[in-house]
Design a protein around this ligand. Structure first.
Ligand code: NAG
Ligand code: NAG
Ligand code: NAG
Ligand code: NAG
Ligand code: NAG
Ligand code: NAG
Ligand code: NAG
Ligand code: NAG
Ligand code: NAG
Ligand code: NAG
Ligand code: NAG
Ligand code: NAG
Length: 760
């Protein structure tokens, strides 16, 4: 009952939120009718939406009821009444999932499988969100996942978001177009601006002020223009689906040459980011208390409003993400924020500043409570700012920072680093913890959100957080898994073995209580081979420690999925079922690789080893990678070719531009930087990548071990690392052109069965 009391006090905040809320709701409900037409064309007249004043609730609320007896309802069967567009979208989602038994996934919309005869709603269903904001995106998701998205890709993802009730998405696409205009206006030449902008797969870190410039040739104007055109489609779509886009603003990061134009302006260098040389990092930062800052801010926001309209007053602005301030003096920090905020308000009198709170965790030695208090204290009142508590499921900062001293904040699940694919989830923390945060004394939490770096599998652990945002009690895992699987596979005679498989995963890999591995577990086969340092790494960000016993989790889950496939052949036509079969088998092989690697190392280091024993120990490891590659190539969702072709397809048929895009796509998932600065951070288990990159690296490694044994020379870690870097540099500059077969090869079902037998 503490929760109810807490919810009541949230209402106060909600009232404030409504007052400051944006004009996003002026479009009415046409966006939802369009969504129904898009995803369920055969039911395009089946729903009536009504933004109703008859529901008295200060939180987003919907009510679903039967419409078939309504006068004048025509063919409509389902009536959804709501307080906001987003609530109506969530109402529609509740109907299609809980009554219709289908869902929309990252792998595609299955809403067209809604039964022809729509199930009736016997008793009206009324539900409310427990928080005013449901947030989505990390700044870096725009690169790890969406760098090469077309509007069709955006359309699917935005429908996924809207239906789940997200009303506050980040909207970074096309940022550079407006920024370039601002810089030109300030007097910078295009060449000077080009020195600053980063490549298509790396813009997020330029936006963060971590990096500057592009190590593969300048960012083409074509890219800047195309992304701007894309944003002009994305923004109205977000708005018509009831979302308030969080828009960019001027951050202060500027080309080096600005200093020459404005020699008296306060411009300082940011800190060095990871291993990058100062050509690419130490980004120039125009200090916000310099008068030029406010001028550029006003110019930026005016241009943005002119481009997209008055669609939002919420601005994303991160100045010190993995980038330490010029000074740690609390008075300086307070100065920075008060001037930054003043610049926003001068440009938009209703501006609200949203920031990612990652720095308060990653840089917590710098960000003492005194400094955080000073930094936040520069912003007046408690309603002018929204902080994303970015990694709440494992490293929440809201307690250490006393609920951000009264500023509003959002409980966020980060979970995924670099678009890593390993199974992991902490079901208890993503269900019970947001409720605890919401009801804790003095809490200023106003939202729940997802801030994964990339969207690569583990979808269940994201779904549940957004579902929790509409449930005042903690979601029960057992019943959740069962209904989630039922709608994921949507066949009428779903074998219980399919649900049992997921029960096992839910109770183990998705109930991870090990604090040292709270994020997607990276497989060592994706890492540059080395004799030590690969196994049992803890995180964040990229643990390699497998926190569960594969034999009692992945193995039986896979066997049960296979059994389900035997029991119901129709399952084999369900794309998500095939995806899961491949994904679980992928995880099995990834985990088995560790044992083979440890055997190889043990063989090499044993006194009785010979070239022959090392070759023999390397053979099954290389074979496993070939098997894995063959498996992944059977499924469209696990193809390197899709990533590369998506990049190349934005080239307008210009061969050198296509090669530039391909280099960006390749470099991000491999070396991440001109010379492996963040090597393998965003690696993937994709068909084609395993075969053409990881296999050659491990082959070279085994050959090297054999060679040192034959020559009687010592293992040299630097030699190995340099050899791996060379393989990476060669791989990154390859181009596939038009000659590669972009399609899948082989049959998932038979591969999965064969590999399950071989590796269990
Ligand atoms: C919408 O709800 C209002 C009451 O809030 C009602 O007057 C109106 O008729 C409804 N519209 C439709 C299309 O049902
Ligand atoms: C910079 O400041 C110096 C000293 O105050 C002044 O002489 C000079 O005119 C200023 N330069 C510009 C470009 O404003
Ligand atoms: C920033 O870095 C550049 C390039 O290394 C250097 O030339 C410049 O002096 C630095 N500026 C400051 C203010 O330290
Ligand atoms: C870059 O930042 C680092 C601190 O992270 C500093 O030591 C170095 O001097 C900076 N370099 C430049 C050119 O500003
Ligand atoms: C945005 O709102 C401002 C202030 O209300 C108004 O002056 C301006 O014309 C609007 N701009 C657009 C593009 O709608
Ligand atoms: C704060 O900013 C003002 C100018 O707005 C400046 O005079 C003052 O020195 C700054 N204080 C610190 C500690 O940076
Ligand atoms: C779950 O959340 C709690 C409370 O924030 C935190 O102390 C704990 O470390 C989290 N669990 C894990 C395994 O990270
Ligand atoms: C902001 O919240 C803090 C903590 O609850 C409170 O002490 C402070 O008075 C609030 N400030 C305003 C302006 O309401
Ligand atoms: C979920 O609810 C069922 C039935 O009440 C209960 O047996 C089970 O323990 C609960 N599961 C979890 C993980 O709490
Ligand atoms: C990794 O951890 C597992 C489980 O704790 C242990 O059995 C294994 O020996 C460790 N391997 C290495 C290389 O540390
Ligand atoms: C897991 O199963 C494999 C294959 O049957 C076996 O070799 C291994 O010893 C088992 N590992 C554990 C920890 O039980
Ligand atoms: C072993 O010696 C041969 C012949 O000198 C040389 O080519 C090769 O690179 C050496 N291999 C290793 C791993 O040192």
């Amino acid at each position: 009952m503490k929760l109810l009391a807490r919810l009541k006090s949230t209402l106060l905040l909600v009232v404030v939120a409504c007052i400051i809320s944006t004009s996003a709701h002026s479009n009415g409900l046409s966006g939802l009718y369009a969504l129904v037409k898009r995803r369920m064309p055969s039911h395009s007249n089946a729903f009536i939406f009504n933004l109703s004043t008859s529901i008295s609730s200060d939180v987003d609320t919907f009510k679903i009821r039967d419409a078939s007896h309504d006068e004048g309802a025509g063919n409509a069967k389902i009536y959804i009444e709501c307080t906001t567009i987003s609530a109506c979208a969530r109402g529609l989602y509740t109907y299609v999932t809980e009554f219709g038994g289908v869902d929309i996934w990252w792998t595609g919309s299955r809403l067209d499988q809604l039964p022809h005869q729509l199930p009736t709603v016997q008793e009206p269903v009324t539900r409310s969100a427990i928080v005013p904001y449901r947030y989505f995106f990390n700044t870096v998701t725009f690169d790890y996942t969406a760098a090469f998205y077309t509007f069709d890709d955006w359309s699917l993802l935005l429908d996924w978001l809207a239906l789940r009730g997200v009303n506050l998405p980040l909207a970074w696409v096309g940022y550079e177009y407006i920024l370039v205009e601002v810089f030109r206006e300030a007097g910078l030449t295009d060449a000077e601006i080009a020195d600053f902008l980063s490549g298509p797969a790396f813009q997020a870190w330029n936006r963060f002020g971590n990096i500057q410039g592009s190590w593969s040739g300048d960012l083409p104007t074509q890219w800047v223009n195309d992304q701007f055109a894309l944003q002009k489609q994305i923004i109205p779509r977000m708005v018509e689906l009831g979302m308030t886009p969080v828009l960019p603003s001027f951050t202060g990061f500027v080309p080096r040459a600005l200093h020459n134009l404005y020699p008296n302006a306060s411009i300082v260098n940011g800190s060095q980011w990871v291993g990058f040389s100062s050509t690419y990092t130490n980004v120039s930062f125009l200090e916000p208390f310099d008068p030029l800052f406010a001028i550029l801010q006003k110019s930026f926001i005016d241009k943005q409003v002119a481009a997209y309209g008055n669609v939002s007053h919420i601005y994303t602005l991160d100045q010190y993400n993995e980038n330490d301030p010029y000074s740690g003096d609390p008075a300086y920090l307070r100065n920075v924020t008060s001037a930054t905020f003043a610049s926003l308000r001068a440009a938009d009198p209703e501006a609200i500043w949203l920031m990612q709170g990652w720095l308060f965790f990653s840089g917590q030695t710098f960000w003492t409570t005194e400094r955080v208090q000073a930094y936040l204290g520069g912003i007046p009142g408690n309603d002018s700012m929204i902080i994303l508590d970015l990694y709440s499921e494992a490293q929440p900062q809201w307690e250490r920072l006393s609920s951000y001293y009264g500023k509003k904040w959002v409980w966020c699940e980060l979970h995924d680093f670099g678009g890593s694919m390993g199974f992991e989830g902490n079901f208890v923390n993503v269900t019970a913890e947001p409720l605890r945060a919401l009801t804790s004394p003095g809490s200023s939490m106003v939202g729940m959100g997802l801030t994964p770096e990339g969207l690569e599998g583990n979808e269940i652990i994201y779904d549940v957080l957004l579902d929790q945002a509409w449930s005042p009690t903690a979601i029960n895992r057992t019943s959740y898994v069962s209904s989630w699987v039922s709608r994921r596979y949507y066949i009428s005679d779903l074998p219980s073995s399919a649900i049992n498989a997921w029960e096992i995963l839910g109770a183990t890999v998705y109930s991870n209580r090990d604090p040292s591995s709270q994020s997607t577990v990276k497989s060592i086969l994706e890492l540059a081979p080395a004799l030590s340092g690969l196994v049992n790494r803890t995180g964040p960000p990229l643990p390699t420690l497998v926190f569960y016993d594969t034999n009692t989790t992945i193995v039986p889950a896979l066997q049960m999925l296979i059994q389900a496939g035997y029991e119901s052949k129709s399952l084999l036509n369900i794309p998500e079922f095939k995806y899961d079969l491949v994904d679980v088998t992928r995880q099995l092989l990834a985990n088995r690789f560790i044992t083979l690697y440890e055997t190889l190392v043990a063989t090499y280091t044993s006194s009785s080893s010979s070239s022959a024993t090392i070759t023999a120990a390397g053979q099954p490891l290389l074979q496993l990678m070939h098997d894995l590659d063959e498996l992944l190539l059977t499924n469209d969702y696990f193809l390197l070719a899709n990533w590369i072709s998506a990049a190349r397809s934005l080239s307008h048929g210009n061969a050198s531009y296509a090669a530039f895009l391909e280099y960006n796509a390749r470099n991000q998932i491999t070396l991440w930087g001109p010379t492996g600065e963040i090597n393998d951070y965003a690696s993937k288990q994709w068909g084609g990548l395993v075969g053409t990159y990881y296999v050659p690296r491990w082959t070279a490694f085994v050959e090297y071990l054999v060679g040192t044994k034959a020559n009687g020379t010592a293992y040299n870690a630097t030699t190995v690392a340099n050899a791996m870097l060379m393989i990476g540099e060669q791989w990154d500059t390859q181009t596939w052109g038009q000659t590669v077969n972009w399609e899948t090869v082989g049959d998932s079902w038979s591969m999965v069965q064969a590999l399950a037998t071989k590796y269990t």
